[in-house]
Design a protein around this ligand. Structure first.
Ligand SMILES: [Zn+2]
Length: 137
């Protein structure tokens, strides 16, 4: 953004990313089996074999959702508090991806993980999470 690293480090306490995703319509929800590409991305975010696989749902479309299957929106988030290491990475002008990779290695929940957890609870579809997090295919 053209801001000097020392200025960022003296004023920044954390970085939040947020995306809006559509919620499943509760009036026409039905169980679905995701395709292999969606399932693979889900498993990557969910942790293969670490947790029981949920079942997935989507709205089939009805008068309440104008036949879209979705009704309402919610936000998914990724929160990266700045620790000493991240401040050093910023000072060394490391790339955003390097800083993000470090934060992930320290346990930061990614946008994709947050979204996939929402899909696992039946709040939205895998496709909607993938679309909203730029993994779209
Ligand atoms: Zn509906």
């Amino acid at each position: 953004m053209g801001v000097k690293p020392y200025l960022l480090n003296s004023s920044l306490v954390g970085v939040v990313s947020q995306r809006l995703i559509r919620l499943n319509c509760p009036h026409c929800l039905e169980r679905v089996n995701p395709g292999p590409a969606e399932l693979s991305l889900f498993q990557e975010a969910w942790g293969k074999g670490k947790r029981e696989m949920p079942f997935f749902t989507e709205g089939r479309g009805c008068v309440h959702c104008n036949y879209t299957g979705y009704r309402g929106r919610t936000a998914i988030h990724e929160l990266m508090p700045l620790d000493e290491t991240i401040r050093e990475l910023i000072q060394a002008s490391c790339s955003a991806q390097q800083i993000r990779n470090y934060a992930i290695s320290q346990g930061m929940k990614t946008l994709l993980q947050d979204g996939m957890e929402r899909a696992a609870k039946g709040e939205t579809t895998l496709q909607e999470v993938i679309r909203g997090t730029y993994y779209g295919f």
